[in-house]
Design a protein. Structure first.
Length: 456
């Protein structure tokens, strides 16, 4: 069906290099003619809403660990009211696509923009303004020193041209995109399920190797830790304070900028990549800490997730991170073991905070975590075994992720082509089977993430 789609018969210039030519019968209106700014407040009884690049506008859970990375103030009386159908924009991240239509009445951060939005079909307005060409328009209308600090200007956004087909055509577009998105979503989720199963298999291999070694007949002894279980009798135990020594060197802003993430450990940060720079990068990096290859870096606010690892590079990290030198153990074995399921729970226990996402690792308690290890030669053997035993699994996961990325890229292009009139879907939408079609899910978050375990 998608392969049979054709362009419209007649086009006109839109006046936008991102929108290109658009169907001649579509309206093109400056955004200012379709929005009215709202500033209603003092409705703390309403649901708390948030705006994200992946989801658009959604009801924010006060208990969901993954949604509460920002502090929620006790007094919400100054929060703005967003009515169902209002356009809500995170003005500091509009360049990323952090905007959408409110699904219900609620309240949002006073730093957000809230507008009445005069569009016939709110789902069409949602998918239109969050499409790739419009993200480019909102980026152009934002000012700032660097990526991550761009502030959307009202004057700039008011000039953005908005494409307005007739209501019945908006409905047809939404119906077609719902149908295709649901099918693409199911394909992506099937691949994510495969990735989750492969990660489970991979973690089982790693966990057994770093807690039991490679000889299945070796005598065992209790570790004293319920989730670690028995360990080889000849293995030793040291507290992390006997292995890790805190180091603090600074004033090398010329070195590459590194980051520490749950999925990969220590990585080089691409400062030119929009997607990787959601966090503020200061102009002066002289206070950033130096990490040398072979040292261990730790994001202390996210250590409970496993955000730590051995660095392969010389570079600099946030001054809020811990940096340690290692002694008495093989670095690769330490990295592999500490990032396994056997050790991450220790870091959860050693962290304090108001809620998940804001847990701060207590260094004193962290240094009391026990670490179990064999001889130097056996540590090397374990690392080699893990690498060899998981190589095919890692390769399969990589292929599946590539397939998911291609599906998502195709989805993004299809949405852009449909909402900007490059493809006529009216006839295709009319032929769709009468089945229950879910609303367009902006949650590429579900489609983009695979619930993966920590990857070593």
């Amino acid at each position: 069906m998608i392969a049979d789609l054709q362009p419209y018969k007649e086009y006109k210039e839109s006046g936008s290099r991102w929108l290109g030519n658009v169907p001649s019968h579509w309206g093109v209106h400056n955004l200012r003619t379709l929005i009215r700014r709202r500033n209603e407040r003092h409705r703390t009884d309403l649901s708390l809403l948030s705006v994200a690049r992946e989801k658009g506008v959604f009801v924010r859970s006060l208990t969901d660990d993954s949604e509460n990375h920002n502090v929620i103030p006790e007094d919400l009386s100054n929060y703005k009211v967003a009515r169902a159908g209002n356009l809500v924009i995170n003005k500091m991240k509009a360049w990323q696509g952090s905007m959408g239509i409110a699904p219900c009445d609620g309240i949002v951060s006073p730093a957000y923009y809230v507008f009445d939005f005069d569009i016939a079909h709110r789902s069409f307005g949602q998918v239109l303004l969050r499409s790739k060409p419009y993200v480019a328009h909102f980026a152009q209308a934002s000012d700032g020193v660097r990526i991550g600090q761009w502030d959307l200007t009202i004057a700039g956004m008011r000039q953005i041209p908005v494409l307005v087909p007739k209501e019945e055509e908006q409905t047809a577009i939404v119906r077609f995109l719902n149908w295709t998105n649901n099918r693409l979503g199911r394909a992506v989720k099937a691949k994510q399920k495969q990735i989750a199963l492969l990660n489970e298999q991979k973690q089982a291999i790693i966990n057994r190797a770093v807690t039991r070694g490679l000889n299945p007949s070796v005598p065992l002894k209790p570790s004293g830790i319920p989730w670690v279980g028995d360990i080889p009798k000849h293995w030793k135990m040291r507290k992390l304070r006997q292995i890790l020594t805190r180091v603090t060197e600074r004033n090398r802003p010329d070195l590459p900028l590194l980051s520490v993430v749950r999925e990969k450990g220590v990585i080089k940060r691409d400062t030119e990549n929009f997607e990787e720079n959601h966090n503020y990068i200061p102009a002066d990096l002289s206070n950033y800490k130096i990490v040398k290859a072979g040292q261990f870096a730790m994001n202390k606010m996210k250590a409970w997730q496993g955000s730590y690892g051995l660095s392969e590079f010389d570079g600099i990290v946030s001054p809020a991170y811990f940096v340690f030198s290692l002694s008495g153990v093989n670095g690769d074995f330490f990295h592999t073991a500490l990032r396994s399921r056997a050790y991450v729970p220790f870091f959860t226990q050693a962290s304090d905070g108001v809620r998940v996402g804001q847990w701060d690792l207590a260094e004193a308690r962290m240094k009391e975590i026990p670490f179990f290890f064999p001889s130097s030669g056996e540590q090397i053997d374990v690392v080699k075994f893990v690498n060899d035993a998981t190589a095919e699994i890692t390769s399969a996961i990589s292929r599946l992720k590539t397939e998911i990325a291609l599906l998502l890229e195709y989805r993004t292009r299809l949405v852009s082509d449909v909402v900007t009139g490059k493809l006529d879907v009216r006839e295709a939408a009319a032929k769709l089977p009468e089945e229950e079609i879910e609303e367009i899910t902006e949650a590429s978050e579900d489609m983009e993430s695979a619930d993966e375990e920590i990857a070593v």
